[in-house]
Write a protein that binds this ligand. Structure first.
Ligand code: AHG
Ligand code: MN
Ligand code: MN
Length: 334
């Protein structure tokens, strides 16, 4: 048993040590997210047994039917973070507007999140996830504002995701590499299982919903054709893997190498995925792991969000594959 046992709490404290003057507030915020993840994990692992399957009978601002687990996850994260004094404001995929901290002393951080990603997979027992990003507030005092939430990915102080799959994992970065923790349900602890994750230079997978091919642009179609050819590598074709949960598709490609893309198309000129709490946090993680994320023309981290729920095309994974997509789009999609 040569492997040291490092809990996520211990890892966060060790990371904090490299920030002189750190007050521990940021570390405690990361614990809060980890705790919320444990609570959501407990519900997802028994979703079939307790009353969290199926539709909540409500629709979110995206016009999407909310599942009970969407609502449960959303309420859990909001409740876990409303009375800690660490946040000034939150923004969630499931809430039309920002969630400013008004009933408690507002803190100095901002939390943006997709509480339950891959909702269409909840009732069919396929991996789902949670995605989050943390910023420092820009406003001086009082409850946080919309401008506090609409920050570029370059200004993130942390980003991460939780994947509720064959095991529950939490993966996060504070700008010092990407680290993965696996939940040991018998201990209720996230234990360090994937230190310093780096995208393998040789990709294995490509992930795209090929059902949308009839609506793709010329550039995306040609890129996909190139992707399935010998490419410049050893000629071994990539394997197609797409399960419709961004977090699960991203996580697999992060560990094994590959590209996920959800391009703009004639049905969705801005793409389907949301910039603020899906693309940006995962772009920060991808870049920290040696990968890259683009909207097809520019780095996701350089895009200034204009509205909370704005959508973006997303190409994310091995840098050379994402840059190739940008080349085809620049050449064929004026
Ligand atoms: P969410 O469940 O948070 O709305 O996200 C679903 C997203 C993302 O997880 C996934 O990659 C994508 O929707 C799948 O979309 P398609 O079913 O159109 O392929
Ligand atoms: Mn999502
Ligand atoms: Mn969601």
């Amino acid at each position: 048993m040569d492997k040291q046992i490092v809990t996520i709490e211990r890892h966060i404290v060790e990371q904090e040590r490299s920030y002189p003057g750190a007050t521990g507030v940021f570390s405690n915020l990361l614990y809060d997210v980890a705790l919320a993840a444990k609570i959501i994990a407990r519900e997802t692992t028994r979703a079939g047994l307790v009353n969290v399957l199926g539709r909540a009978g409500s629709v979110n601002i995206q016009g999407e039917e909310q599942m009970k687990l969407d609502v449960f996850a959303n309420e859990t994260i909001i409740r876990m973070n409303s009375f800690t004094g660490r946040l000034a404001v939150m923004a969630s995929e499931e809430n039309d507007d920002i969630i400013p901290i008004t009933d408690y002393e507002p803190g100095k951080y901002v939390l943006v999140f997709d509480p339950l990603d891959g909702s269409s997979n909840i009732d069919v027992n396929v991996s789902i996830g949670t995605i989050f990003g943390i910023y420092r507030r820009l406003s001086d005092a009082g409850p946080g504002t919309l401008a506090d939430c609409l920050q570029k990915g370059r200004d993130l102080v942390a980003a991460g995701y939780v994947i509720y799959g064959s095991s529950t994992m939490m993966v996060y970065t504070t700008g010092q590499g990407v680290h993965g923790f696996t939940l040991d349900p018998s201990l209720g602890e996230f234990l360090l299982s994937h230190p310093d994750i780096r995208v393998p230079s040789k990709p294995l997978y490509y992930s795209v919903n090929q059902g949308n091919e009839p609506y793709w642009s010329e550039g995306v179609r040609r890129f996909t054709h190139w992707l399935l050819g010998p490419r410049d590598g050893d000629g071994k074709p990539l394997s197609g893997r797409y399960i419709g949960s961004l977090v699960a598709d991203f996580h697999r490609n992060l560990l094994r190498g590959g590209i996920f893309y959800y391009p703009a198309d004639s049905k969705r000129p801005s793409g389907k995925l949301r910039l603020l709490y899906e693309a940006i946090p995962l772009a920060f993680i991808a870049e920290q792991a040696g990968g890259y994320a683009s909207d097809g023309r520019r780095n996701i981290l350089d895009i200034q969000p204009e509205t909370l729920h704005q959508r973006t095309p997303l190409f994310i994974g091995n840098r050379d594959l994402v840059e190739k997509a940008e080349e085809f789009i620049a050449q064929y999609d004026k």
